[in-house]
Design a protein around this ligand. Sequence first.
Ligand SMILES: C[S@@+](CC[C@H](N)C(=O)[O-])C[C@H]1O[C@@H](n2cnc3c(N)ncnc32)[C@H](O)[C@@H]1O
Length: 277
Amino acid sequence: MLSSAVRRFLDKWKSYRHRFVPWVVFNLKKNEQSLRKVDDAKYDKLVPDGEVSASLLKLFTVLHRIHYGGKNHAELRPPPHDDPGLESREADAVLRCLGFNIHRRPSSVPGAGTGVFVSEGLVLKGATVAMYPGTIYQPYEPILLQSIRNPFVFRCIDGILVDGNDRGISRMVFRSCSGRDRLGPLTMSDTSWLTDSPLNPLAVGQYVNNCSRHTPANVCYQEFDVPGRFPLELHRYLPNVNYSQHTRGPLRCVVLVALRDIKAGEELFSNYYTIVH
Ligand SMILES: C[S@@+](CC[C@H](N)C(=O)[O-])C[C@H]1O[C@@H](n2cnc3c(N)ncnc32)[C@H](O)[C@@H]1O
């Protein structure tokens, strides 16, 4: 028979629908005050999918114009990285398109490693600020090897996992799945998030750190399934790929949405826990 303490733990565990499993296990007690609580899975989304889709579409169209002159016949070649003006043209275009830029740098929280900061402009409440890149695993798919000592495995509200680690075996898996899933000459996902200069500048959401009492959350995670009408030539900027090529249905992505206006210089903080009652 289960003791009541074990039963209480299991009940509590079942209500954790989101986020980073190892972190939740080791830091639950410390962070209980900063939990995000949602009454039902259907209330988890802050902004409608249509808004997320429109915002990504706008950004990817701008990037496609810079990288490929907007040509619809997609080339296999990635844009030239030896072009000295490319980075500043990208940054200017993203600032004009979204009103902000984000970058990775050492976190303002001692010992927290790298974090993500708004480097220019202003992020408005409800804006799509970042994307969580990585390989998508259905709840029944094996991830054991890739998840050992891996703090980047994100758990979606429906049990789908996203492995956003840019090193080791996770990196190899992403590259291999991305190379596999081409549609003729079209690349269906972006591998440049594995480098220091991602072509899609939003694809750094895996480096956003957890909030605390002193640094409250200013962004939250939101699942986004890529709609069938999303232009094929723009899939090249999606930083996610299915682990299995037999996965049916839309590609799962995860975006981070601003909970309030966020000014240049501020670090992004999310909530690694969400309880769904
Ligand atoms: C998804 S990663 C975030 C990126 C991480 N900062 C890095 O540089 O790799 C999650 C890990 O970041 C660290 N982390 C996140 N939030 C933190 C916080 N508020 N304080 C200390 N460490 C934190 C923990 O090591 C956690 O396992």
